[in-house]
Design a protein around this ligand. Structure first.
Ligand code: IPE
Ligand code: IPE
Ligand code: MG
Ligand code: MG
Length: 338
């Protein structure tokens, strides 16, 4: 538990993201504070059982990376009425993210999240499922109060993609032979699509034209993909003191990720691996060591860095301060795993 608590303290303070906050000044801080209070307000409103777990989820922290992307992609040229739309969008995106984590922890049978017991560990599947559902529904309720159909459409596209990605992950579980392309597609769906929606919603609120909105959406999709690739590397590389969970946790629930996909090309024994035969944390750690010995962790990281570079290269023309802020967020995604 200590490890997880430490991890949360360190992972929330990326140097690059701190630099973004300093550059964004009181306006950005104010937008994030409004987002925070609204999240707490919404989580608390639906009966005591759900309120307890939804509030615990929201209050346990999190880096609020997706709300930050909503604000940064919108730019500065927004009047107060526009800021309301922006905060609604940030709240809605973070609610979908939180909902997906609560459900993800049911699917992955995870014990800890953000340094605290998961809802499924604390209260069981039924309540965890309902808590996630509640958070999902509040996200759309929040957007609907603004009446912007495009915002609702962008977020519902992401929510569907996310669910599809999680289902593909379950369908592919225990299969050590899944093709690289299918793995990457799953990561884009389950993580890239919500980063994309954050950037699209920001762009739309900021009045960007269609071309810029598309380009910013693609930027989000790419850094979301890189973020997931690096999360998957970390699961294999550890150390546990940093991640707050044992190495190889993904393998133990059947989730085959980039490090193994790359390592199986170089190690015939890994190519033959029966993932179901891994029963204990020690089994999983042994496989992690074998994967590391092939050099696949460095190769996976390099692949993620390449995706971040593509994200930066594809940024549209923007005011220089806005561009710099988005580049810093892209750096922050990588820096967390340096
Ligand atoms: C965790 O996302 C889930 C993944 C997509 C890997 P975050 O790392 O953004 O989670 P919080 O919100 O900061 O806890
Ligand atoms: C990310 O997948 C979860 C979602 C995108 C819903 P993971 O299962 O890898 O995330 P963690 O490792 O539990 O945070
Ligand atoms: Mg998980
Ligand atoms: Mg993971």
């Amino acid at each position: 538990v200590n490890g997880a608590a430490e991890r949360d303290a360190s992972s929330s303070s990326s140097e690059a993201v701190d630099a973004v906050m300093r550059a964004g000044g009181p306006r950005l801080v104010g937008l994030l504070q409004r987002t925070e209070s609204r999240l707490v307000e919404l989580a608390g409103g639906h009966g005591s059982t759900l309120a307890r777990h939804a509030t615990a989820t929201i209050s346990a922290g999190g880096k609020r990376l997706r709300p930050l992307l909503v604000f940064l992609t919108a730019g500065d040229a927004i009047e107060p009425a526009g800021e309301q739309r922006l905060v609604r969008a940030a709240v809605a995106v973070e609610l979908i993210h939180s909902a997906s984590l609560v459900h993800d922890d049911v699917l992955d049978a995870a014990a800890l999240r953000r340094g605290a017991p998961t809802v499924v560990a604390a209260a069981g599947r039924t309540i965890a499922t309902a808590t996630g559902d509640l958070l999902f529904s509040r996200a759309f309720a929040e957007l609907v109060t603004g009446g912007e159909l495009e915002d609702v459409r962008a977020l519902s596209t992401a929510a569907s993609a996310l669910a599809t990605g999680e289902l593909i992950q379950r369908a592919d579980a225990w299969d050590a032979a899944i093709p690289l392309e299918r793995y990457l597609h799953r990561c884009e769906l389950k993580t890239g699509s919500l980063f994309e929606a954050a950037c699209r919603l920001g762009a739309l609120s900021g009045g960007a034209d269609e071309r810029v909105t598309e380009a910013l959406g693609l930027f989000g999709r790419r850094i979301g993909l890189a973020f997931q690739l690096l999360d998957d590397v970390l699961d294999v590389s550890g150390p546990a003191s940093r991640t707050g969970k044992a190495r190889g946790t993904d393998l133990l629930d059947g989730t085959v990720t980039l490090p193994l996909i790359l390592a199986r090309e170089d190690d015939p024994q890994l190519a033959q691996l029966d993932v179901r035969a891994l029963r204990t944390p020690a089994d999983a750690e042994r496989v992690c060591d074998r994967i590391a010995a092939t050099g696949a962790l460095a190769a996976a990281k390099a692949q993620a860095l390449d995706v971040v570079a593509q994200a930066r290269a594809g940024l549209p023309q923007l005011p220089s301060s806005q561009r710099r802020a988005l580049e810093l967020v892209a750096e922050g995604v990588v820096e967390r795993y340096a």
